[in-house]
Design a protein around this ligand. Structure first.
Ligand SMILES: O=C(O)CCC(=O)C(=O)O
Length: 280
């Protein structure tokens, strides 16, 4: 297995027309491929912005929809893995949708789908009440996939708050945990985003990459942005601000192994006293 992996995170701005967003994604993915990235990651709900009437208006099928087909074409063209952010996935015969991510391999084949497992149903006062489960059915499964460099696990946004999910991915051997997220600029972004990303990386001694949409103050819900990559020691090695941008990180699996050797939490863990049971 190779020891290094360059990844690219596309912090895209959700524009009105899907075609315009995909055009920007194409520009960034082509730039990333030219710069040696082997994995490109797009944000949560990147074609719709986080606003229910827009989800309904722009929902799509996976993998037959406009967005999936285009990202599949880009994966094949540039011979790279792409985690196609998430989109509002149509459920035939239902008014509800799913918040689903699709992963394509370098042949452009769909190798997995992940539907967000936890719903962001919160009431934080001051006009900040969100009840995601009114719009989206939650998923009941996880998603891992293999690249030449490492195994990868995928989560979406609030999934980041649940160490059980990342623990499972670690037990499955995932050395990179990817989150597609749109924390809010107003509330949880500045308070929790970096801390949670660093915590998951330190808990599991893995790389964590999290890709957010760019912040746009004309949107109903302003995403925090600040897409980031954290190393297994908990250090942020690459981070955006709020603006639309493309960021990179080089993941070094030899470094990850050194961290695990020097601070062997897996060996120290009291497996005789506790363990998690998963029902997915
Ligand atoms: O957990 C958070 O603070 C934000 C979560 C969120 O925005 C979401 O899951 O859509």
């Amino acid at each position: 297995m190779a020891s290094g992996l360059r990844i690219a995170l596309l912090q895209l701005l959700a524009r009105e027309k899907t075609a315009n967003i995909l055009q920007k994604a194409e520009q960034y993915i082509s730039e990333a491929a030219n710069n040696g990235a082997k994995l490109a990651i797009l944000p949560e709900l990147f074609t719709t912005e986080c606003h229910p009437p827009i989800f309904v208006q722009k929902k799509e099928s996976i993998p037959e929809g406009e967005t999936s087909e285009f990202i599949s074409h880009l994966a094949k063209k540039h011979s790279m893995h792409i985690i196609a952010g998430s989109i509002a996935e149509e459920i035939k015969g239902s008014e509800k949708m799913k918040n689903t991510s699709a992963v394509f391999n370098p042949k452009g084949e769909l190798i997995g789908k992940y539907t967000k497992m936890h719903s962001f149903d919160v009431d934080m006062g001051e006009n900040f009440s969100i009840h995601e489960s009114d719009w989206f059915e939650h998923g009941n499964n996880t998603l891992t996939f293999e690249t030449d460099e490492c195994k990868i696990g995928v989560g979406i946004c609030i999934d980041l708050r649940f160490p059980e999910v990342s623990r499972y991915y670690t037990e499955q051997g995932c050395l990179l945990h990817v989150y597609l997220g749109a924390f809010s600029q107003e509330k949880t972004g500045p308070a929790h985003w970096d801390v949670l990303l660093r915590a998951r990386a330190i808990d599991n001694q893995v790389y964590v990459a999290a890709c957010s949409p760019a912040a746009d103050h004309t949107h109903h819900y302003v995403a925090w942005g600040h897409s980031a990559v954290v190393d297994p020691w908990g250090k942020i090695i690459s981070q955006a601000d709020g603006k639309e941008t493309l960021i990179y990180a080089d993941l070094d699996m030899n470094y990850l192994n050194r961290v695990r050797q020097q601070l062997p939490v897996e060996k120290i863990r009291r497996k005789d006293l506790y363990h998690l049971t998963y029902k997915w």
